[in-house]
Design a protein around this ligand. Structure first.
Ligand code: FE
Ligand code: FE
Ligand code: ZN
Length: 279
């Protein structure tokens, strides 16, 4: 089985998100640690954190995936932006210590003209400054569509970053189905081949989460526009194969599809029906 859920917002606190996901019928969820376009993180008080922790344990939830801000760019050519990014990362990881055992995912960054190699070095450097040995969160690099100067549009770039991180046990990868498709990995005609490549380059053992989205654009478009399941170019048969693929079992799958609550509930149930049918 996989864990399935969607993105929620922290508006009413952290434990409230757990209650919402129970109502949606899922068993994992993702949330932004702060406004996705930047801004302050939502404070997390200890009773709220404990209430969420006990809900997760009681209901058998899979790991949660917090998402870093889109404005966090650890490899901008602008040193002030880089420093702000590191500051956000450090504060987010401090917040995550109140929810031990979960995942924190972020977009590796955009090198804004410095070149991929410099970008990769700067991202790894920032991670080496932000991670510490006895932390309780696994930090994930998200696979990207390769839009503009984005880093992470290839498995090889992710591997290069991971190789430069000293505390290897605290980092991994989150695979976004829309992004890898847009990056040019053919999940429709060659799912096994894509996962074999991932395994060879990054290692499936380092894959800790999936963002489960259809894509509005064609293979290799480098666009990054998510679609509802079955309403994009990946399509339901391929998404069904992904959800049931042996290499991905046990992972938390998060829907980041353009949906309202009812739409998310439908997609969560769709994936659960696939699992119940088991083929
Ligand atoms: Fe993302
Ligand atoms: Fe994503
Ligand atoms: Zn995206």
């Amino acid at each position: 089985m996989i864990y399935i859920g969607c993105h929620l917002s922290v508006t009413d606190g952290y434990a409230a998100m757990g209650e919402t996901m129970l109502r949606f019928g899922g068993n994992t969820f993702a949330f932004f640690t702060r406004n996705p376009r930047g801004g302050r993180s939502k404070p997390l008080n200890e009773p709220d954190a404990l209430a969420l922790g006990s809900l997760l344990a009681r209901e058998g939830f899979g790991p949660l995936t917090a998402h870093g801000s889109y404005t966090m760019n650890l490899c901008s050519a602008n040193p002030v932006t880089r420093e702000n990014g590191l500051d956000m990362l450090q504060k987010d990881l401090a917040l995550m210590e109140h929810l031990p055992g979960n995942l924190y995912n972020f977009h590796p960054g955009a090198h804004t003209g410095q070149g991929a190699q410099t970008g990769i070095d700067q991202i790894a450097q920032a991670l080496n400054r932000a991670l510490w040995p006895d932390m309780h969160t696994t930090v994930l690099l998200e696979t990207m569509a390769g839009k503009g100067t984005e880093i992470g549009g290839s498995f090889a770039q992710l591997r290069e970053i991971l190789d430069r991180v000293e505390l290897r046990d605290h980092v991994g990868v989150c695979l976004d189905t829309c992004h890898v498709w847009d990056a040019g990995y053919d999940l429709v005609r060659d799912l096994d081949g894509v996962l074999t490549q991932f395994d060879r380059i990054v290692g499936l053992g380092r894959l800790k989460a999936v963002h489960f989205n259809d894509s509005k654009n064609e293979l290799g478009s480098h666009k990054d526009r998510h679609a509802k399941l079955g309403e994009g170019q990946i399509g339901l048969p391929a998404l069904h194969r992904i959800a049931l693929h042996p290499a991905l079992q046990g992972l938390p799958f998060t829907l980041e599809t353009p949906n309202d609550d009812e739409g998310y509930i439908r997609e969560i149930h769709l994936v659960q029906d696939w699992m119940a049918q088991g083929s």
